[in-house]
Design a protein around this ligand. Structure first.
Ligand SMILES: CC(=O)N[C@H]1[C@@H](OP(=O)(O)OP(=O)(O)OC[C@H]2O[C@@H](n3ccc(=O)[nH]c3=O)[C@H](O)[C@@H]2O)O[C@H](CO)[C@@H](O)[C@@H]1O
Ligand SMILES: C=C(OP(=O)(O)O)C(=O)O
Length: 422
């Protein structure tokens, strides 16, 4: 298994290109199941998760090809569709559960393995199933699989309010309701940019969705959807991650394609810590003011709040802040696994339940550390860039799920980083 070696760095300077969003692309790809015409996604990220979704869609009967430089993902689903999403693929990736809504809408039945838990916490599906049941589906759990069917074969529009604004359940509901008979309304819907991106793409395919990006989304069901070409929205988590590189090491870096609207609550915290962020036509330029950042408190929340997917990276920054910061994780129950690894590097962190208290130290020290999940992995790389000496992050397969060409991208702004093939 590969490892990443990072050497403590001086200032970082230059431009870094931000890719299309993993979490948007993984929701857009299953939309191909809704139409027999081709769906082409441009600006797709080159990640192992995208390959896993490709394998899942292929197992369901879709033709999926990555074209040109790999950034164009073309999909077509005109042949026979297999309604069974197998455990062997679904277990590899939470986002596999996003085929449930489209399969049900297109075929009137589906059998999808439960994703199971993952390192960061439980990944339940009750919000997905109750949302689809509101549209007339009957869903039963048997042998670890959700068996879903619709009497009469077609879902029916309905008003549904979710108890929590789940991103995945909102995505499944949008795709399912697009082909349902009549009007559907989702209340307390998730407002993440990835939801807006999916709704934009579905609308290009002929869906009639209004209100995406707000907590009330209205969907007028249509009889069929057609093909479309759609660019995947910028990855706000990759953007936030790379914005932290100059914040940690000093210097000035422009994240090309970055937009403030994608990362507002994150930028508020960066500014409070003493980092300046400027938006230009090229992207977001980030500069640290002074030698050390100031401590800030962070609470993760659904969008537009501070993203859970940036909590680990923010903790890496706060390890060397002046003062004490408290990070509260409210989305996933086990998302502080980077803390013990950061402690190995000299950080002073106490974790109590969903709270982590970080007492800033002058300097971190390089150490061998272990990546436990995707965002934890990258937080250790960021911490390594701020540490004295060498840090080797092992088990980086997690990293390849969410960051394309990370060594090349960070080397391009002056970081000392290399991959050790394992
Ligand atoms: C709100 C939030 O930040 N969601 C994040 C979540 O999306 P993802 O779609 O995976 O997760 P949800 O938004 O559905 O889940 C967030 C919370 O709801 C709970 N839950 C979820 C579904 C369900 O049926 N029942 C249930 O109780 C989960 O246990 C969790 O506590 O992970 C993605 C990958 O890290 C992130 O990009 C999303 O921003
Ligand atoms: C945890 C993440 O992904 P997933 O939900 O696919 O596990 C993430 O993107 O940070």
């Amino acid at each position: 298994m590969d490892s990443i070696l990072v050497r403590g760095n001086g200032p970082l300077n230059g431009d870094i290109e931000i890719a299309g969003a993993k979490n948007a692309c993984l929701a857009l790809m299953p939309a191909t199941l809704l139409s027999d015409e081709p769906l082409t996604l441009t600006n797709a990220p080159r990640l192992s998760d995208i390959k896993t979704m490709t394998a899942l869609l292929a197992s369901l009967g879709a033709e999926v090809s990555a074209l040109q430089d790999g950034k164009v993902q073309a999909m077509s689903c005109h042949g026979e569709i297999n309604p069974v999403a197998d455990y062997d693929i679904v277990r590899k990736m939470r986002a596999s559960n996003l085929v449930l809504g489209p399969l049900l809408a297109r075929l009137g039945h589906a059998v999808v393995s439960l994703p199971g838990g993952c390192a960061i916490g439980a990944r339940p599906m009750d919000l997905h199933t109750t949302a689809l049941e509101a549209l007339g589906a009957e869903i039963e759990l048997k042998d670890g699989y959700l068996h879903a069917k619709v009497a009469g074969g077609r879902l029916k529009g309905a008003v549904h309010k979710m108890r929590f604004p789940s991103v995945g359940a909102t995505e499944n509901f949008l795709m399912a309701a697009s082909l349902a008979k009549g009007t559907s309304v989702l209340e307390n819907a998730a407002r993440e940019p990835e939801i807006v991106d999916l709704a934009d793409c579905l609308n290009k395919m002929g869906a009639q969705i209004e209100g995406a990006g707000t907590s009330r989304i209205e969907i007028q069901g249509v009889d069929r959807l057609h093909g479309a070409t759609h660019p995947v929205v910028t990855d706000r988590i990759e953007l936030g991650t790379f914005m932290l590189a100059p914040a940690i090491c000093g210097g000035e870096v422009t994240c090309l394609g970055g937009k403030l609207s994608l990362v507002e609550s994150f930028v508020e915290k960066l500014e409070a810590a003493g980092i300046s962020v400027t938006e230009t036509e090229r992207g977001l330029t980030v500069k640290r003011n002074g030698d050390r950042v100031k401590a800030v408190d962070v609470v993760t929340e659904p969008f537009p709040g501070f993203p859970t997917d940036l909590q680990a990276q923010m903790m890496a920054l706060l390890c060397t802040a002046e003062g004490t910061s408290v990070l509260e994780e409210t989305i996933f129950e086990n998302r502080f696994m980077h803390a013990p690894e950061l402690i190995r590097m000299g950080a002073q962190i106490e974790v109590h339940g969903g709270h982590a208290t970080v007492h800033g130290v002058d300097k971190l020290k390089g150490a061998p550390v272990m990546a436990t999940d995707l965002r934890a992995s990258v937080s250790l790389i960021l911490a390594g860039l701020a540490a004295e000496g060498e840090t080797v992050v092992s088990r980086v397969y997690h990293l390849d799920r969410g960051y394309e060409f990370i060594e090349q991208k960070l080397s391009g702004i002056g970081a000392h980083i290399e991959r050790i093939k394992g």
